[in-house]
Design a protein around this ligand. Structure first.
Ligand code: ZN
Ligand code: ZN
Length: 244
């Protein structure tokens, strides 16, 4: 959830939704919100942990959805009765008082996008599903005030895990998921001059620990020593205030 206020109007945007309606409402309530507070839903890609709950929730509560045309091709059968808008790399989109800049990433989905969101003051960069770094994503995430960065696995834990070899290759591959090590390399490569908070997210419950992810990101923070927070799968994280 990304939320910004200007005057008396507040815009709150949900980024992906992998949960069913009841669990989504429970998680919203924990943040002091209900479905009526959600202005729009922005989708990154069609994998079930990201899109599984989006269209049921959007249909039930008449919430518009933004996604790439490629992602739409993968989910079009679920979109009946939902107001759908297309977005693409390079074209900023506005939802209420928030603007989103989509950027492409290497991941094994049809047309995956990740986003940088801003209320015109502070900038939040999100990167949850990518197999490797690219100059494009480093540029997109540079200069943000806060980052949510995938720390999917520790390379050694993945190698030692009971996962079948094909799954290990997929997760660790160029179109899979970011290891703690690669997330740290991305962080070290980008402009951190305005960075205050880093949220490590999308952790594997099998192949990572919060401690390892935390240590990897802390090692890669620049001179201003941004605060590192690790999101947990069960409870996510509380509202985090970002100043410009
Ligand atoms: Zn994915
Ligand atoms: Zn994912």
């Amino acid at each position: 959830m990304i939320s910004a206020a200007s005057g008396t109007t507040r815009t709150t945007v949900m980024l992906d939704c992998g949960f069913g309606i009841r669990e989504t409402e429970r998680r919203l309530a924990r943040l002091g919100m209900g479905p009526a507070d959600v202005t729009g839903i922005v989708v990154t890609h069609e994998h079930q942990d990201h899109v599984g709950g989006v269209f049921k929730f959007a249909r039930r509560h008449s919430i518009p959805v933004w996604l790439s045309f490629g992602t739409y091709q993968a989910v079009r059968d679920d979109c009946n009765g939902v107001s759908v808008h297309f977005c693409r790399d390079g074209d900023q989109l506005a939802i209420g008082g928030l603007a989103f800049s989509p950027y492409t990433v290497p991941h094994d989905a049809r047309e995956p996008l990740q986003y940088v969101a801003t209320d015109g003051q502070a900038k939040l960069g999100v990167l949850t599903d990518a197999g490797q770094s690219t100059p494009h994503l480093v540029q997109a995430l540079s200069g943000c005030n806060a980052l949510m960065l995938e720390c999917n696995h520790d390379r050694q834990m993945l190698a030692d895990s009971a996962y079948p070899p094909s799954l290990k290759r997929r997760i660790g591959g160029a179109y899979g998921h970011l290891s703690n090590q690669t997330a740290a390399e991305i962080l070290a490569a980008l402009d951190q001059s305005r960075l205050q908070k880093i949220i490590g997210a999308h952790l594997s419950s099998q192949n990572n620990t919060a401690e390892l992810a935390h240590a990897a990101l802390c090692n890669a923070t620049g001179a201003n020593q941004a605060e590192v927070i690790i999101a947990c799968q069960q409870e996510g994280f509380d509202w985090i205030e970002i100043a410009a």
